[in-house]
Design a protein around this ligand. Structure first.
Ligand code: NAG
Ligand code: NAG
Length: 272
């Protein structure tokens, strides 16, 4: 017998054998049944585990969502010029030109001509616009800062030794302060320093809240408070420590762990 014929015979034989015992793809019907049952139970178990996990997660989520919503964090305060100590000789313009430049640059988004394209908002009211996709921004013109606007006095008081410091509240999406927030600064030396606030009384108007985020609220500018330190002869050549706090609202200003929340401390030393 030739080789080819031999192979054919073997093939035929094995085919017959399969048909004879009722096997399909090498397994008997009962074997297939067992496998099917195993996978049915296995996947059923997986599905049940998945559903149970989802159910437990949804339960805890329902509890947590309101908790997170009513605990909007408090904002930190920062100053411009950006420095822990503002120190300069008032007779020496090169000493303070860096501070002055910084302030002019910082106030560029507040340019009156630019702010005139923003909305005039209602004083003392939140500017709520939850429905609109693109949020309007409320006007904050730099001229509001008067002697600290850099407009009439382009050196912000640095040349005559009565420097302005701008106080900015960090942006927090959704923040709506309760009450009427204002900035109150106190000097920590022996004799209290006299200061001027712009806008008057250091008020931060509620119209600038809430902030809706960079994407939805592209023209938004933070409200500012400027403090002009009216230093006198006795105050020169002496380091002054000033602490400014957000008061009049529910915003935190005495957190022991985060000392930037609602307050800022800076030092000023003016030589003459
Ligand atoms: C500012 O703070 C000082 C010191 O805490 C306090 O004596 C003064 O009454 C405050 N001023 C205002 C307007 O709240
Ligand atoms: C401040 O600058 C003036 C002019 O350059 C100089 O006469 C004076 O000594 C300086 N004061 C101090 C405390 O360095």
């Amino acid at each position: 017998i030739g080789r080819k014929e031999e192979q054919k015979m073997i093939q035929q034989f094995s085919n017959k054998d399969h048909l004879g015992t009722g096997e399909f793809l090498g397994r008997t019907a009962s074997s297939w049944g067992l496998i099917l049952l195993f996978y049915l139970v296995f996947y059923g178990f997986l599905a049940a585990m998945f559903l149970l996990t989802m159910w437990v997660m949804l339960l805890t989520l329902d509890d947590n969502v309101p908790k997170h919503q009513d605990r909007v964090p408090s904002p930190g305060l920062v100053i411009r010029p950006h420095a822990a100590e503002i120190s300069f000789n008032r007779s020496n313009p090169a000493d303070y030109s860096g501070y002055v430049q910084q302030l002019h640059q910082f106030l560029q988004p507040y340019e009156d001509s630019r702010q005139e394209q923003n909305e005039l908002c209602l004083v003392g009211e939140y500017t709520l616009q939850d429905g609109e996709p693109l949020k309007k921004a409320c006007q904050f013109k730099r001229s509001l800062l008067r002697y600290c606007s850099g407009l009439s006095d382009t050196s912000f008081g640095y040349s005559d030794g009565k420097p302005c410091v701008l106080i900015k509240m960090n942006r927090i999406i959704g923040l709506k302060p309760i009450g009427d927030p204002y900035v109150n600064c106190t000097s920590k030396g022996n004799a209290p320093l006299e200061m001027l606030y712009f806008p008057s009384d250091g008020r931060i108007d509620k119209m600038f809240f809430p902030y809706y985020g960079k994407k939805a609220h592209p023209d938004y500018v933070q409200p500012l408070v400027a403090v002009k330190l009216l230093l006198t002869k006795e105050d020169y050549n002496v380091e002054q420590t000033v602490e400014c706090k957000l008061e009049g609202s529910d915003l935190r200003n005495n957190d022991d762990r985060d000392k930037s929340l609602g307050r800022v401390i800076f030092r000023v030393k003016v030589f003459q």
